[in-house]
Design a protein around this ligand. Sequence first.
Ligand code: NDP
Length: 248
Amino acid sequence: MQQYQASKDALKNKVILITGAGDGIGKEAALTYAAHGATVILLGRTVKKLTAVYDEIIANGGAEPAIVPLDLKGATAKHYRDMASTIQNEFGRLDGLLHNAGILGVLTPFEHIDLETWQDIMQVNVTAAMLMTQALVPVMRLAAKPSIVFTSSGVGRKGRAFWGPYAVSKFATEGLMEVMADEFESTNLRVNCINPGATRTAMRSGAYPAEDITKLKTPADLMWLYLYLMSDDSINENGQSIDAQPKR
Ligand code: NDP
């Protein structure tokens, strides 16, 4: 599986929704999935960024994407149900769901964590992903080999000082993935998690502003794993939390 090489049409005829598709790792995943034949649904909160990704996919000769402008902080179960109906009507099924959108908040000593920040991070990183998945599972069951991928972090496996709500949200993400993987084990739906590792994005710069970013991997360096888990080559993976930078 390591450094998996996907064929050019590895995702041909697949419909894949990516959250946080306008920037960072999500943007790279959207471009990469489209370049390997998928029709991508670009979900994010900043429409300008989503349309830029849309334009780049079209310019590269990819299938026409769909855009879903949505702020996960305020979205309700009804938003997700409406989105699921639209996807079913437009595409007939959903083959892949990449939960990538996330917020870090501010690194804070435990005693200074404020409730509003805690709730925002839990809402965007955990609750939104749970509600969206609940609404989309019926549409994913209409696909032959559907795959759900959550995004974790090193601090979602081993807690770290000052990373409070973000770290706890990533532990919850791992837990949600494991619960779903166990529950759906006897079905065709597989559920896994990616830990990207330190990656050159705006979020990473927010956590480590003084770092030399040239030493960091880029989102493109991680795409072997993002492709693998969406391709049919990973149909036997379920309940795994996999490092995109295993040797780091
Ligand atoms: P970025 O901050 O670069 O991108 C995050 C994306 O999520 C953006 O497109 C952002 O939209 C979107 N997003 C954030 N909040 C919302 C919201 N409320 N509603 C809709 N979309 C939203 O982050 P990365 O690419 O670095 O991170 C991607 C994932 O990888 C995250 O889950 C992160 O926790 C995880 N990760 C990243 C690591 C790293 O080193 N970069 C390491 C470990 C894990 P907008 O552009 O509009 O702000």
